[in-house]
Design a binder for this molecule. Structure first.
Ligand code: B12
Length: 251
C-alpha cells in the first residue's frame, strides 16, 4: 500500500495532509499521485495553486517531451482538480480560488482537447448544461461544467436563461443523453419541471438522464419534478454524471 510519504512532490503531499480528510479519498489521492510521474505531479500542483502560466508551460513541455495528452489530462490536470474539488466542498477555498484553478485547467486543456478529439479517445459522456429560463446565475453552473470537463465529459454549455425549447434543440443537435439544469431562484426552479415536461411532450424523456442543482434545489424537489438526480455541489455533479452515464451505457 503506497503512503503519502511516497509522493515525490512536497506541495501535493502537503495538500493531501492538510485538506483531504476522508480515508477513502486519502487512499484514492495517494494511489493517484504515487502512480503519477513527477512532471505530472508538478502540473497538478500548479493547477491547485491556480497558476495558469505554469500549467501552460509545463503542459507544452510535457507534450514536447513525448508525454501523451491522456496522461497529462488524467495524472496532471484531473488529479489536481480532484484536490481542488475536495477543498471547495470542505470550504477550504471559495469561488475566486476555484475560478483561478479553472483557468489553470483551461490553460492545459487548450492543448489537450484537440489532441484527444483527433485521437478518438472515448469521452466519459456528453452533457448539455444550462441555467434555466429567467435565471442569470451561472457561477455554480460554470464550476460544475469545469469539473465535468475535468472528469472527461464533453459539455455543451447553453449559458443562462435557457428555455425548454433551447434545451430540447441542444439535445437533438449534440445527441446528448445527459442534461444538467441549474437554478438559483425559487421563482425559476419550476422552469426545470417545465423543461422536463417538454422532454416528455417531445417523446424524449426516456432517452435522457436529467440532473438538477442550484442553491434552492433539494433532493425532494428533484424527485417531485421527476429528475434523475440532484447534486449539491460540483463534486456531487461529477459523481452524479458518472453514475447516470453508466446507467445510460447499461441501457
Ligand atoms: C452572485 C449572485 C448574483 C449575481 C449572479 C452573477 C452570476 N454570473 O452568476 C447577480 C448579481 C447577477 C445576481 C442577480 C440576482 N440575484 Co442573486 N445571488 C448571487 C449569490 C450572492 C451567489 C450565487 C453563487 O454564485 N453562489 C456560488 C455558487 C458556487 O454556488 P451555487 O450557484 O449554489 O452552485 C453550486 C451548487 O448549487 C451546485 N449546482 C449549481 N448548479 C448545478 C446544476 C447541477 C446539474 C448540479 C448537479 C449541481 C449544481 O454546484 C455548484 C458548485 O458547487 C446568491 C446568494 C447565495 N448564497 O446563493 C444570490 C441569490 C441567489 N440571488 C438572489 C436574487 C433575489 C437575485 C436577483 C433577483 C436580485 C435582484 N433583485 O435583481 C437577481 C436575479 C437575476 C436573475 N434573473 O437571475 C437570491 C435568490 C432568492 C430566492 N430565494 O430566490 C439569492 C439567494 C440572494 C438572497 N439571499 O436573496 N445574483
Amino acid at each position: 500500500m503506497p503512503e503519502i510519504s511516497d509522493i515525490a512532490n512536497a506541495f501535493i503531499r502537503g495538500e493531501i495532509e492538510e485538506f483531504v480528510e476522508r480515508p477513502e479519498e486519502i487512499e484514492r489521492m495517494v494511489n493517484l499521485f504515487t502512480a503519477a510521474s513527477e512532471p505530472m505531479q508538478e502540473i497538478a500542483a500548479a493547477l491547485i495553486a491556480g497558476d495558469n502560466d505554469v500549467v501552460d508551460e509545463l503542459t507544452t513541455q510535457a507534450l514536447d517531451g513525448g508525454v501523451t495528452a491522456l496522461e497529462i489530462m488524467d495524472n496532471g490536470l484531473i488529479a489536481g482538480m480532484g484536490i481542488v474539488g475536495i477543498k471547495f466542498r470542505e470550504n477550504f477555498i471559495f469561488v475566486p480560488e476555484v475560478l483561478a484553478c479553472a483557468r489553470a485547467m483551461k490553460a492545459g486543456m487548450t492543448y489537450i482537447e484537440p489532441i484527444l478529439s483527433a485521437s478518438g479517445v472515448e469521452p466519459a459522456g456528453t452533457v448539455v448544461m444550462g441555467t434555466v429560463k429567467g435565471d442569470l446565475h451561472d457561477i455554480g453552473k460554470n464550476l460544475c461544467i469545469m469539473m465535468l470537463r475535468g472528469a472527461g465529459f464533453i459539455v455543451h454549455d447553453l449559458g443562462v436563461d435557457v428555455s425548454p425549447d433551447d434545451f430540447m434543440e441542444a439535445i437533438e443537435e449534440h445527441s446528448a443523453p445527459l442534461v444538467g439544469m441549474s437554478a438559483l431562484l425559487t421563482t425559476t426552479m419550476p422552469n426545470m419541471e417545465l423543461t422536463i415536461e417538454t422532454f416528455i411532450d417531445e417523446g424524449r424523456r426516456d432517452d435522457l438522464r436529467i440532473m438538477v442543482g442550484g442553491a434552492p434545489v433539494t433532493q425532494e424537489f428533484a424527485d417531485d419534478m421527476g429528475a434523475d438526480g440532484y447534486g449539491k455541489d460540483a463534486m456531487a455533479c461529477v459523481e452524479l454524471a458518472r453514475s447516470l452515464a453508466a446507467d445510460i451505457k447499461a441501457g
